[in-house]
Ligand binder design. Structure first.
Ligand code: SF4
Length: 179
């Protein structure tokens, strides 16, 4: 544990991590309320990939998967926006966060091979997801959405002293690692 803390502390700036926190996995807040938003398909990703509900399982199953690990790590990256409502810019900045998450995943999995990685929204690694006909093409690169696991990021972040909102012209992206 102290080794991973040291690596993250050293690599924070290189990785473009804005803020981060380590915690015990049994302190993470799970809620059916978040899953309710998924089921209303607010983001349009429900039922479209292996990274989203219903494929990820029930909130109870997701919680059990997470709490089977002792520790959790939450981090954010921050994107400054040129325009306030530009979906192209939102998509581009999210993809940057996904690349950061892949780097963070590699660091954790070098130390903890089975680490579970959660990131933003659904997965769009493949032009067309194999869901539900065939197995996921890249299970190790597919990071389910934090919210799809029922994690209430808006409540979890302040408990970890991480800012949920960093100002009007920015987007704060969240990922988590269970290890
Ligand atoms: S990696 Fe490809 S097959 Fe797997 S969930 Fe993502 S889009 Fe679907």
């Amino acid at each position: 544990m102290s080794k991973i803390k040291e690596i993250i502390s050293q690599e924070k700036a290189n990785l473009n991590i804005h803020e981060y926190a380590f915690m015990k996995s049994n302190t993470v807040i799970f809620s059916d309320e978040v899953r309710g938003l998924c089921e209303k398909n607010v983001c349009g990703m429900y039922g479209t990939s292996w990274a989203c509900p219903p494929a990820v399982g029930s909130v109870e199953e997701c919680k059990n998967r997470c709490t089977d690990f002792e520790n959790a790590f939450m981090f954010t990256s921050l994107a400054k926006l040129k325009k306030k409502y530009d979906t192209v810019e939102w998509r581009e900045t999210r993809l940057v966060h996904e690349l950061i998450t892949e780097q963070v995943a590699r660091i954790f999995r070098d130390e903890f091979r089975e680490a579970l990685i959660l990131s933003t929204e659904g997965c769009n690694l493949c032009p067309k997801c194999t869901y539900p006909e065939k197995l996921c093409r890249y299970p190790n690169r597919m990071f389910p959405a934090t919210e799809s696991f029922g994690i209430m990021v808006i409540e979890q972040a302040p408990l970890c002293n991480i800012k949920y909102n960093n100002g009007a012209n920015s987007i704060t992206y969240f990922s988590m690692v269970f290890f």
